[in-house]
Design a protein around this ligand. Structure first.
Ligand SMILES: [Zn+2]
Length: 223
């Protein structure tokens, strides 16, 4: 084990506790992974281990085909989807998957969350799109994530009838996107109960997103 791998193990383990803190997961559902910089490797949660028992030491180190390189447990059952994303989107350093409640309510209808709040324009720069219905077991979930998010501003995709996948330059950014995705899914859902949310003009969405991602973003690495 080297220092970089150890750092990513610790980061990925700690970030799983953020999923619990923000109410994005129940039981053992949900997972975070982080690419090991400079290596063809990523770190992901073990399958079926309760959140309270996750530690840097029991995280699983995998190669980019999803094969276990180091770890006592089986890796998360979503490992193939994470691996597919790392293979096809080299700029991605972190991936998160949750079944968070409000986002899943949109996914269950196969409906994108429209960009109707300035905070959403900041973070997502667009609607949060819907990816295809895909079953676990082969590359179809990973392919659906990549095909939906490649070239899209949103770092989050609602996989139809399933849940959320988010990407980021590192695992922390992907967790932030998962937290923000659930937050806006909840708010826009609540707004919908009383009428139709007002659209924001595309030019304003563009302006907000540019400012947040380029000007505001440079002030702090950990936005
Ligand atoms: Zn899932």
């Amino acid at each position: 084990m080297n220092a970089t791998t150890d750092r990513i193990r610790r980061q990925v383990s700690d970030l799983h506790h953020q999923l619990v803190r923000y109410g994005l997961v129940v039981w053992t559902a949900g997972n975070v992974s982080g690419r090991v910089p400079g290596e063809e490797l990523f770190v992901i949660k073990p399958s079926g281990v309760p959140y309270d028992e996750l530690t840097p030491g029991n995280m699983i180190l995998c190669d980019l085909d999803g094969n276990v390189v180091e770890g006592e447990h089986a890796p998360s059952s979503d490992t193939a989807a994470h691996a597919y994303v790392y293979r096809h989107l080299p700029e991605v350093g972190g991936v998160v998957h949750t079944h968070s409640t409000y986002a899943c309510a949109w996914a269950a209808r196969g409906e994108a969350v429209p960009c109707v709040l300035t905070a959403m324009a900041d973070e997502f720069g667009a609607e949060i799109p819907v990816g295809p219905f895909a079953l676990i077991g082969d590359d179809s979930i990973g392919r659906g994530i990549v095909e939906t998010l490649r070239g899209h501003r949103s770092p989050a995709v609602l996989m139809q009838s399933h849940g959320v996948f988010t990407i980021g330059r590192d695992a922390e950014a992907a967790v932030k996107a998962a937290v923000m995705c659930e937050d806006v899914a909840r708010t826009v859902h609540l707004s919908r109960q009383l009428g139709e949310p007002l659209p924001i003009a595309q030019a304003d969405i563009d302006r907000l997103n540019h400012r947040y991602q380029n000007v505001y973003g440079q002030k702090s690495v950990d936005r």
